[in-house]
Design a protein. Structure first.
Lengths: 176, 433, 258
């Protein structure tokens, strides 16, 4: 992993290349994380992939995180890996929740990293984050007509009350 | 030219047009593609396109995978995997459990490599707590991880050979698999989903007799692998089915995020046990099998060799197993030993707090990757300072590897599709979580 | 005198007990001697020779040559596969011919968690199976949702299809699955395994047997059955152990644990 000063260097160079893209950094447990402006995510990812000296060419994972009640609420986290130096860096695109019916949106990085195809669909499926430019953005793990974004923190966990003798006749089932 | 029949049959009449029909006794009773070809009025290939649905209930999809396949005759033109049929909401359920209770949940994701799921999660939490696990625990974990790797590859081999028609391999592989499950039962009490790894080490020490049984297993296993290879390695049918089929270039695999034996078969020596070592792997001597072409045969050979290497790793681990505690000492995280509960008040209090509430993890996030039998298995854990994780996400290798199925299959036959799926080794529990 | 002894023994002899075996031995000896008269002869022949109706023969044949549907959903599917393998060998029960097509299968083993996306597929498969058909819910997840009490898992396949046998476990050992399978075989043969209810003389306390139930209140039939069950437990608890020591819980008698 790039150590803390290395991370600051990356943040600085990235900030020089793309103005205002880096909103913050943090380094803990030996892992480096850049918090970036979601509008410039494609530029950031392309910079990290292509700049000689950075060359984080492998995207290990794209996943969403709901930081409720912290603001900004959503984060789309990209785990990047440089296979030659075996260094990992995490990029978090911090998204706000527009509220109401509107869904937060982010540019899709499928052109930059083709591996993000299924993974962005999963983020859409579970958090309701739209990816502009994704070739096939539809639900992947939930049934097609499902309403709701299950892994948001305010989505109920679901399930049914446990069936005991006193409420077994009320619980729906086949045999009664 | 043979006039197409209008429905009246003339029994015994031998049609004279087209070699296909002339050599048979077939009666021309309708306008089938064969007759159309014979009659010279065949449709263009594009008009024979059909889209069929394979699964989710299908004997050859390893689990409940649904494939929408566009076929032109027998050639695959397009392929769309549809997943989610065993989506269990594990990641969401984990947000509701204390860290200790999350372990049985995440075990059941990739249900063939349950120790790996446990290691990814426990390793992540241990890193966040900055908890050092004792050396004996590292070695015990490594032994169980490698046993699980062999187990996973055996099940893969049995079911893949079954798909390709070598049905007897299924029985041989599952017989060996039962030996491994006996070992798991000895150490952890349960065959599958053992909940053996805990945050801080392993749940219990290995019992007396485990070492002897493990050594006899390690002695026997290489000869069994020889027998399996004798059955398949130079079997003409197996070679014809797997050689040169399903090749995707190494660069394309890396673009698609594919890791594990698929990537190694294509020639890339990338294994997290070597480059990003964890547990006891830095101290062990083992090789990483790497293929050349990246076809089905290479994937098979890579996995067979990995079984052998895993046996070597286990032998080294059991030879060098250090003495000492099998779980860390930190009473804020790890349950105190039972004999202390009757003498020490603090132990009782710690036990009570750990069982009822669980330990708290300081706020932070972490991504902890390990090498599972299918590739890079990464656990992302977000802690918010309470006793329950705020987000658990697993980067499952099968989920990402599934993206390369399309590239492997397009342009090949349906039979090759089955073979590619078998060699891809998807586990739907990991894909769907 | 011997015949009186027979008559005295037979009402109390439960099938499978030593008394019952002795009764049958004595009866067989009497048959050979020609000592049995009409009623007893007919009874003896009925019990010892397989004279049955066509239904019984059909059921026996059905239960011993069941075709399962290949249907592995999740982890339990792996244990189901190992039940087919050599060590646990379902072939000895005649059920090794797994059919891929539901039209040809006799019963479906729901091995694994049923997610909400999969439930209509399972229901459609079950509908495509031809009568007579049975369903085994293997494991905790298909019996009741298992450990996954969340939005994605159907809390028991009972919710959308009839299940005949539930097998607990996560995953159940292949032996447990075989035990459940043999229970299904007995069910098909018309000889359902009453299990603990027979052992403790509590037949009639089943939830489904209580037609007139008001939620939370026991019905008359179940009250009577529970009373019978309590009596039989009290009777075994009062009885003295082999060394004359009395009392203690019925199950712990003879174990040396007080």
């Amino acid at each position: 992993m790039p150590d803390a000063p290395g991370l600051e260097l990356i943040a600085q160079e990235l900030g020089d290349a793309h103005e205002g893209s880096v909103l913050g950094t943090y380094h803990e447990h030996g892992q480096a994380c850049l918090i970036v402006d979601p509008d410039q995510i494609l530029a950031v990812l392309a910079w990290l992939r292509d700049t000689p000296g950075q060359e984080y060419r492998f995207l290990a994972s794209v996943h969403g995180v709901d930081y409720l009640p912290a603001e900004p609420r959503f984060g789309v986290v990209y785990e990047l890996l440089n296979r030659d130096r075996v260094e990992r860096v995490r990029v978090r695109a911090a998204l706000d929740d527009p509220g109401g019916e509107e869904l937060p949106s982010l540019a899709s990085c499928v052109k930059v990293f083709p591996t993000a195809d299924f993974q962005e669909r999963e983020v859409y499926d579970f958090f309701g984050i739209l990816f502009d430019g994704h070739p096939d953005l539809r639900r992947i793990l939930m049934p097609e007509g499902y309403v709701g974004w299950p892994q948001r923190r305010d989505f109920p966990i679901g399930g049914e009350p446990v069936v005991f003798t006193h409420n077994e006749r009320q619980a729906p089932g086949w045999s009664h | 030219m043979v006039p197409l029949s209008t429905g009246t049959r003339t029994p015994g009449a031998r049609p004279t047009g087209g070699d296909v029909i002339a050599g048979t006794n077939a009666e021309v009773i309708g306008a089938s593609p064969i007759e159309r070809t014979a009659a010279g009025t065949a449709f263009e290939p594009e008009q024979e396109l059909m889209t069929i649905n394979m699964g989710p209930h299908h004997p050859a999809t390893h689990g409940v995978l649904r494939l929408l396949v566009s076929l032109q005759g027998e050639e695959v033109l397009d392929l769309k995997p549809i997943v989610g049929y065993v989506h269990t909401g594990i990641e969401k359920s984990c947000e509701d459990q204390s860290y200790w209770k999350v372990i049985p949940f995440v075990e059941r994701m990739d249900y063939l490599s349950y120790f790996f799921n446990m290691q990814a999660f426990c390793g992540a939490v241990e890193t966040m707590l900055a908890l050092e696990i004792p050396p004996r625990a590292k070695y015990l974990r490594t032994i169980h991880l490698e046993l699980n790797r062999i187990h996973s590859h055996l099940v893969w081999l049995g079911t893949a050979a079954l798909d390709l028609g070598a049905i007897s391999m299924f029985w041989y592989c599952f017989r060996q698999r039962d030996n491994i499950l006996d070992l798991f039962e000895m150490s952890a009490g349960q065959r599958m989903h053992t909940r053996y790894f805990q945050v801080g080490g392993v749940f219990e020490d290995i019992p007396a007799g485990f070492e002897r049984k493990l050594r006899s297993f390690c002695e026997e296993m290489p000869s069994r692998v020889d027998q399996f290879e004798a059955l398949l390695d130079r079997n003409e049918i197996f070679l014809r089915r797997t050689k040169g089929i399903g090749i995707v270039s190494r660069e394309r695999l890396l673009e698609l995020g594919v890791t594990g034996p698929l990537l190694r078969a294509a020639g890339e020596p990338w294994d997290l046990r070597k480059v990003h070592s964890y547990l006891a792997y830095p101290e062990l001597d083992f090789k990483i099998p790497v293929g050349t072409v990246g076809d089905g045969y290479d994937r098979y050979r890579v996995r067979m060799q990995e079984i052998r290497e895993s046996v070597r790793i286990i032998e080294q681990c059991i030879d060098g197993l250090p003495e000492g505690p099998w779980i860390a000492d930190d009473r804020k995280v790890v349950l105190p030993p039972r004999h202390e509960l009757s003498t020490s008040m603090e132990a009782l209090i710690h036990h009570f707090k750990l069982v009822t509430e669980g330990f708290r993890v300081p706020p932070g996030e972490i991504y902890y990757p390990i090498e599972s039998p299918r590739g890079e298995l990464g656990a992302f854990v977000l802690a918010d300072g309470s006793a329950k994780p705020a987000r658990v996400h697993f980067r499952d290798p099968s989920f990402v590897n599934l993206q390369c199925l399309r590239e492997m299959c397009v342009g090949g036959y349906v039979a090759d599709l089955i073979q590619n799926l078998a060699m891809l080794d998807p586990i739907l529990g990991g894909i769907d979580r | 005198m011997k015949r009186d002894k027979l008559r005295a023994l037979s009402p109390l002899a439960e099938p499978g007990s030593l008394d019952h075996l002795r009764v049958r031995q004595l009866r067989a000896r009497d048959l050979l001697r020609g000592d049995l008269d009409d009623g007893e002869l007919a009874e003896h022949v009925e019990q010892s020779i397989l004279t049955t109706t066509l239904d019984n023969v059909l059921n026996w044949a059905r239960s011993n040559s069941m075709f399962p549907l290949t249907f592995g959903l999740a982890c339990c599917g792996i244990e189901m596969m190992s039940m087919v393998s050599a060590r646990y060998d379902i072939a000895r029960f005649g059920a090794e011919a797994f059919r891929a097509s539901p039209r040809q299968a006799d019963f479906i083993i729901l091995s694994g968690r049923v997610s909400i996306k999969m439930a209509p597929v399972v229901r459609r498969l079950y509908d495509q199976m031809l009568e007579p058909r049975w369903a085994i819910a293997m494991g905790a997840c298909s019996s009741s949702g298992g450990m996954f009490a969340n939005y994605a898992v159907v809390q028991g396949a009972d919710k959308f299809m009839p299940i005949d046998i539930h097998i607990p476990g996560c995953p159940p050992r292949p032996e447990a699955l075989l035990y459940g399978f043999t229970k299904l075989q007995r069910m098909i043969q018309g000889n359902p395994d009453q299990g603990w209810r027979r052992r403790y003389n509590a037949v009639g306390t089943e939830e489904w047997a209580r037609d007139d139930v008001i939620a939370g209140q026991p019905s008359e039939a179940s009250e009577a059955a529970y009373a019978r069950a309590r009596q039989s437990v009290a009777r075994t608890a009062e009885g003295t152990g082999p060394d004359g020591a009395g009392g203690g819980e019925g199950e712990l008698r003879g174990t040396g644990i007080s």
